[in-house]
Ligand binder design. Structure first.
Ligand code: ZN
Length: 321
């Protein structure tokens, strides 16, 4: 019997900063606290990275003050980062000069707790893999449907990070060489066809959430729109199934709540395209951890890095200041 350990997970979003305290005990993971605060976006763009990093430190300290000592901190960031230095490279939807900005080091230094970064979509996937819809899977593919489309791949029961934490960007696979422009700079990515504003456009509604409501209420255009979007997602998912032969494909984000209105066209497209493996052993299912998945996955990542003996990017001081 090992002693239970506690881990803080932070999920940095453009609107909200969510956090959880996760306990790792003999009987598994348990969320002991969760909360969110508005992300502190300063009007002056140049100040945002310092302000937000300060807020991450404050939130982590407050969580530790309220819920006891933590063994690790994990931070999910909405974009690209350097795992070796704990600095950000580029964050989506967050203003400011984030290139080379230290985040893990300052948070670790201020709290005296080892801190590690992870991409927010990979954090979502890690949470679903350990505690959610992908539990027990060896090979998993995950997609988060939102403003953009995040992706994650797990192989051998571990989230595959690639050499720089960017592996699993399923939303940025090309599915039409002449397709519309994507925010990443490419053309014809899955995201360029199936991100939230495209769903709203295809369904004739103001937002993707409204599209789901309208389709559920029987609106013909919304139903046809979700069928079209499901077809695009199905192409991307079929590619991943052909490459990875996963046990499970997990779909997260608000639109995944559309149920069969989205999942049926995805299944149809996947059945049309995948000819190399039996689909009877591939489940395509909605995520189960909801809005806290990113923070939970960040906490799991911090815990697993700490237990693997990986130190912080910047060593914590012997005596916390
Ligand atoms: Zn793209």
């Amino acid at each position: 019997m090992g002693a239970a350990t506690r881990h803080v997970g932070l999920d940095l979003g453009a609107t909200n900063l969510k956090w959880v305290v996760l306990e790792d005990a003999d009987d598994g993971w348990a969320v002991v606290a969760s909360h969110q605060v508005p992300t502190r976006i300063h009007a002056e763009e140049a100040r945002v990275p310092d302000d937000v990093t300060g807020q991450l430190t404050e939130v982590a300290r407050a969580a530790i003050d309220s819920w006891g000592p933590a063994d690790s901190i994990g931070i999910g960031v909405p974009g690209l980062y350097d795992p070796a230095t704990g600095t950000t490279r580029f964050l989506v939807n967050l203003p400011g000069p984030w290139a080379g900005h230290p985040v893990a080091g300052p948070v670790s230094h201020a709290t005296g707790v080892p801190c590690h970064l992870i991409n927010d979509a990979r954090a979502f996937g890690l949470a679903e893999l350990r505690l959610g819809a992908g539990r027990g899977a060896s090979t998993m593919v995950g997609l988060t449907l939102g403003t953009g489309i995040g992706g994650v791949v797990a192989v051998g029961g571990e989230v595959h990070q690639g050499h720089d934490g960017t592996a699993g960007e399923l939303g940025h696979q090309t599915i039409d060489p002449d397709g519309p422009p994507c925010g990443c700079g490419n053309h014809g990515c899955v995201e360029a066809f199936a991100r939230a504003d495209r769903i709203a456009l295809a369904c004739g509604t103001a937002t993707a959430e409204d599209a789901v409501k309208a389709a559920r209420a029987g609106d013909e255009q919304a139903i046809a729109g979700l069928r079209e979007i499901g077809g695009y997602l199905g192409i991307g998912i079929a590619n991943m199934i052909a490459v990875l032969s996963p046990d499970v494909v997990v779909l997260g984000g608000g639109v995944a709540a559309a149920g069969d209105l989205l999942f049926k066209p995805i299944h149809d497209e996947v059945r049309r395209r995948v000819r190399t493996t039996s689909l009877d052993q591939v489940s395509i299912v909605p995520a189960v951890l909801g809005t806290w998945a990113g923070a939970i996955g960040a906490a799991v990542h911090g815990a697993e890095r700490a237990s693997a003996g990986v130190g912080s990017a910047a060593p914590a001081p012997a005596v916390a200041s």
